[in-house]
Design a protein around this ligand. Structure first.
Ligand code: CU
Length: 152
């Protein structure tokens, strides 16, 4: 009888240990929030089919720490640059999708040739108001500028 009770105590202890191990392995996993992988789409057009030297829209509103997919399109008959160096150096780039190529690296600026698209997935890390412009000679002076506002 005594050995039966000792055996029962032993298996109860084993059960407590196993439950404890199980809980400590599972609980940290449950405590970590599931990351929201889907980025927020933000469309920007570099020029238009009428060949106006503007960004459409010329102001982009983002929030620091959120993930965005900048959907850049150049529907115009000439190439344009998406240049916002201070913004890009204060952002984390996950990737740029351009045609059949996916680039995973820090990116400073993009050149979009006529009738091309690119998707830039990034997370702005620091709030502020950043200048956007096209650095093709004459385009900034002609008004191809914009502002990227990153709210805290
Ligand atoms: Cu341009």
């Amino acid at each position: 009888m005594r050995s039966l009770i000792d055996g029962l105590k032993f298996w109860c202890c084993c059960l407590v240990v196993l439950v404890t191990i199980y809980c400590f392995q599972i609980m940290p996993v449950l405590a970590v929030p599931i990351p929201i992988a889907k980025p927020i789409d933000l469309k920007t057009s570099l020029g238009n089919t009428a060949n106006e030297l503007k960004f459409f829209p010329s102001q982009l509103q983002l929030v620091a720490g959120k993930k965005y997919k900048l959907l850049l399109a150049n529907p115009s008959p000439q190439k344009h640059y998406f240049t916002a160096r201070e913004f890009t150096s204060n952002s984390w780039t996950q990737k740029v999708d351009a045609g059949n190529v996916e680039i995973k690296s820090a990116i400073q600026e993009l050149e979009l040739r006529p009738s091309t698209n690119a998707a830039w997935v990034l997370v702005p890390m620091q709030s502020g108001s950043y200048q956007l412009r096209c650095t093709i000679p004459g385009h900034t002076d002609a008004g191809m500028t914009g502002t990227i506002v990153v709210a805290p």
